[in-house]
Design a protein around this ligand. Structure first.
Ligand SMILES: [Cu+2]
Length: 213
């Protein structure tokens, strides 16, 4: 009886139309002069009530050569990020952002603490010892996101549905938001031209680069 019920369920599942396979949504991000923009974050959050799978992978932000690597990290809310210190010097990683406040004081070479980011939002990382160290974590409520490469290209692979597209960049004054529909087939490449603020990152002098703490 039980076996027969199982067969019936399998038959039913096979007869149901399968949800369209995920398709690519490619974007090209440009600056005001048409130059490619790297490190832009594209995320697609369902607005049609579609279920979102839980985070699949942890993130990693290393401290290496007295810099954070990578500069921009995107994770789904609920994800864990590991912070390995690959330097021979101490760091003091901190965030004062309301999305997630934390600090890793007296953070020794070889340490690799991890922190869970429960809430969607922006987290700005700094180091109390090395002023120039700066990185961003964009926590998004969706597993469908991508970061633009040095050619300004990114591609999000997501199932068919209706989404709120959000575009963020460290130098973007206001995030770009719009609603889009993915039909279940690879979409045509969308181009976004962003108005960017000047890069205000602290320049690191050669003296501090070769020195250690
Ligand atoms: Cu540091």
């Amino acid at each position: 009886m039980r076996v027969r019920l199982l067969f019936a369920l399998f038959a039913l599942a096979a007869a149901l139309p399968a949800r369209a396979a995920p398709a690519e949504f490619p974007v090209a991000i440009k600056g005001p002069k048409g130059e490619p923009v790297a490190d832009a974050v594209v995320s697609l959050t369902p607005v049609d009530g579609a279920t979102v799978p839980p985070p699949a992978a942890d993130g990693e932000i290393a401290q290496q050569d007295q810099e954070f690597s990578p500069y921009v990290t995107i994770v789904q809310a609920g994800s864990k990020i590991v912070f390995p210190n690959r330097d021979k010097v101490q760091h003091h990683v901190y965030s004062l952002s309301k999305t997630k406040k934390f600090e890793l004081p007296l953070y020794n070479p070889g340490q690799a603490e991890s922190i869970v980011f429960e809430t969607a939002g922006l987290v700005t990382l700094g180091c109390n010892i090395h002023d120039w160290m700066l990185a961003y974590i964009v926590v998004v409520p969706t597993p469908w996101f991508a970061k633009s490469n040095p050619l300004g290209l990114a591609s999000v692979t997501a199932p068919a549905g209706r989404y709120r597209l959000e575009l963020w960049h460290p130098r973007l004054a206001t995030p770009v938001t719009e609603e889009i529909t993915l039909a279940g087939a690879d979409a045509a490449k969308r181009e976004f031209t962003l108005t960017l603020k000047p890069d205000r990152r602290i320049r690191r002098s050669n003296a501090t680069k070769s020195g250690g703490y």
